[in-house]
Design a protein around this ligand. Structure first.
Ligand code: AMP
Length: 172
């Protein structure tokens, strides 16, 4: 079977989570199966190719898991992007709009330090979270090489909102 299809089989659809009308793409079956988790990291590393970043940025919370595994594979550092109030040191904050209301993300002020960054998350939906992360990285003096997602919900057209190259493994 195609390697992408092997991974797709390990993604579970959970209807109406966390609220009615959302079809949640649950990656815990993929993470819980060693060969699939390794295959996923293999495929993410293949997408990176020769253009290795200096730092992987992972978005809370599933972006930490895939991002940290990829950073380890590439032999580069990892920096977390978190919801407000979670990081202990001095932070920079980016506020972004949701369908109703706003949300915010934070990074440590010294996390990026002029590096070339690759932003990693489990899933690209509307692109709001990923876009805000890139603005945060650039505000802190980093250069965004691009984005890498395990899953992309293409019908939400999040990619069109992003101003840096985006790649994804599994598309719906
Ligand atoms: P967005 O900002 O709309 O692109 O949403 C992306 C963020 O929300 C990612 O961190 C995802 O983990 C999460 N997310 C959005 N929609 C889903 C979904 N259908 N299933 C799982 N996670 C989702």
């Amino acid at each position: 079977m195609d390697r992408i299809e092997l991974l797709r089989e390990r993604i579970r659809d959970v209807p109406d989570f966390p609220k009615p009308g959302i079809l949640f793409k649950d990656v815990t079956p993929l993470l819980g199966h060693g060969p699939s988790f390794r295959l996923c990291t293999d495929l993410l590393a293949e997408k990176v190719g020769a253009n290795k970043p200096e730092l992987v940025i992972g978005i809370e919370s599933r972006g930490f898991i895939f991002g940290a595994a990829l950073a380890d594979r590439l032999g580069v550092g990892f920096a977390p992007v978190r919801k407000p109030g979670k990081l202990p040191f001095k932070c920079s904050r980016e506020i972004y709009s949701l369908e109703y209301g706003t949300d915010a993300l934070e990074m440590h002020e010294d996390a990026v330090d002029g590096k070339r960054c690759l932003i990693v998350d489990d899933l690209l939906a509307t692109g709001g979270t990923a876009g805000a992360t890139a603005r945060l990285v650039e505000r802190l003096g980093g250069k965004v090489d691009g984005y890498l997602f395990v899953i992309e919900l293409e019908f939400l057209k999040g990619r069109s909102k992003l101003t840096h190259p985006a790649q994804s493994l599994i598309r719906y």
